[in-house]
Design a binder for this molecule. Structure first.
Ligand SMILES: Cc1ncc(COP(=O)(O)O)c(C=O)c1O
Length: 454
């Protein structure tokens, strides 16, 4: 370890507050200090390389180290580093038009900087829309789902159905109500029916919107049955409830299509986007609102009908320029199809792990894959969080970074998560499978069914 390494580690522990970790543990195992990245790999301060099986936080869709995006950022920064979107600029205009082109319906794009902010904007838009639409004055409630995640600002957290993210920060914003999300492995519940009942019990005239992730990501990779989203759309239409789809994770090729909802042919009223929009090269998010809703925000110049909301850096020229080129790369390199094919290949290669007595379920769409671990296959009792963490640790010891459900629903920190860059090569994807297989057998040996691979 060099003097510089020692200095940076000491400064890190003295100065930085890291998310989602117990700092007490960091003195013994300081966070990995990553110095550079390329393709599917991160390189740390010791020169060791790590296969990034979670694409940062499921965001680096085009892979690491794209100098093309750095060039776009440099050029844009030199030309015009900042102007707020109370005025306008070409990268934001072109990116908004491109997003609408990809979505295929008439809408307006409201930019912000993070997934949480995109959802905050959506919540305010649905409430204001109803407040200034005929007969909608009482509609203010937002129905969300247990297990879902929508961000950690207070409004977005209020829509997050994960007790371990909420505890200690409550009471949260009023006006958020929860219903069940489909979890085909654990429950046989008709969740579309449950949504309808929730709307009726709350009182139709009080409900403004329903928010959901097309596939719950951080809450455990929960893929709904095929009739769920179409039925949700019908129910929302029947009761005048707006449908917000949070595609912060599922957008931009992650699930094998440009947007997650395209698997089910259903259009939302509002869609929220972040992460893959700029593949993590810049912070950016968007709330895309159908024209029928946007039209309710037109009023006299001296009135209050317009959207009274701004984030200084929203629609930043550099972020939007980079996002535009990022989308060009996703299309040019066919990364949606690639994610679909690599996802199928990964699921095929992972399938034999299903024979392990502690593997309850393996599921995924595109490159968003979950492996649910259990103590006992018959009872489906979830594997203990410490054992699941140890499996992630064994993969890391082999240089493969994978994720897991962390501080979400009590008792359910038992799902391993794979979400590599969409550019991942076949041999790299195979090495994730090998690492998971070895980690499972190391932590949970099964007498005689050791991994067949070298
Ligand atoms: C589905 C979903 N929505 C919203 C967010 C919040 O995004 P951000 O962390 O950019 O605020 C996340 C973050 O992981 C997410 O997974």
């Amino acid at each position: 370890m060099t003097d510089r390494d020692r200095e940076l580690t000491a400064l890190d522990l003295e100065s930085l507050w890291h998310p989602l970790v117990q700092h007490r543990d960091l003195a013994a195992a300081p966070p990995r200090r990553i110095e550079r990245a390329e393709g599917s790999f991160l390189y740390d301060s010791d020169g060791r390389r790590w296969l990034d099986g979670v694409a940062g936080i499921w965001c680096v869709n085009v892979g690491h180290g794209r100098t093309e995006l750095a060039d776009v950022a440099r050029e844009q920064m030199a030309k015009l580093a900042f102007v707020p979107l109370t005025m306008s600029h070409e990268p934001a205009i072109r990116l908004a038009a491109k997003l609408l082109d990809l979505l295929g319906y008439r809408a307006k794009v409201y930019f912000s900087n993070s997934g949480s902010e995109a959802n905050e904007a959506a919540f305010k838009i649905v409430r204001q829309y109803h407040a200034q639409s005929a007969g909608g004055a009482r509609r203010h409630k937002i129905i969300a789902r247990y297990r879902g995640y929508h961000g950690n600002t207070l409004g977005a957290l209020s829509a997050t159905g994960q007790a371990e993210r909420r505890l200690g920060y409550e009471p949260l914003a009023p006006g958020f109500v929860f219903t069940s999300a489909p979890d085909p492995y654990r429950e046989d519940v008709d969740c579309a029916d449950a949504l309808e009942k929730t709307i009726l019990r709350e009182g139709v005239e009080s409900v403004a919107a329903f928010i959901m992730e097309p596939i719950i990501a951080g809450g455990g990779i929960l893929i709904p049955p095929d009739d769920y989203l179409p039925r949700v759309r019908e129910i929302c239409d029947r009761y005048g409830v707006l449908l917000i789809l949070d595609e912060v994770v599922t957008g931009f090729g992650r699930t094998g299509k440009m947007f997650g909802h395209q698997h089910w042919g259903v259009h939302p009223d509002i869609i929220t986007l972040a992460k893959g929009i700029a593949s993590g090269y810049m912070p950016l998010a968007a709330t895309v609102v159908r024209d029928e809703i946007f039209d309710a925000f037109n009023g006299p110049a001296d009135g209050l009908d317009h959207f009274r909301h701004i984030n200084t850096y929203a629609g930043h020229p550099v972020a939007t320029a980079v996002a535009l080129r990022n989308l060009e790369i996703i299309e040019r390199e066919g990364l949606c199809d690639r994610a679909a094919k690599m996802g199928e290949m990964l699921l095929r290669e992972l399938a034999p792990l299903g024979a392990h007595p502690k593997v309850g379920d393996i599921r995924g769409r595109g490159l968003l894959i979950g492996i649910e671990l259990v103590e006992d296959r018959a009872t489906r009792e979830p594997l203990a969080p410490s054992t699941t963490a140890a499996i992630v640790g064994h993969c890391a010891a082999e240089g493969v970074l994978i994720g897991r459900t962390t501080n979400t629903t009590p008792g359910l920190s038992n799902v391993l998560i794979l979400a590599p860059p969409l550019t991942i090569r076949e041999d790299e994807a195979r090495s994730i499978v090998v690492a998971v297989e070895r980690a499972l057998h190391k932590e949970l040996p099964t007498n005689g069914s050791e991994p067949s691979r070298p």
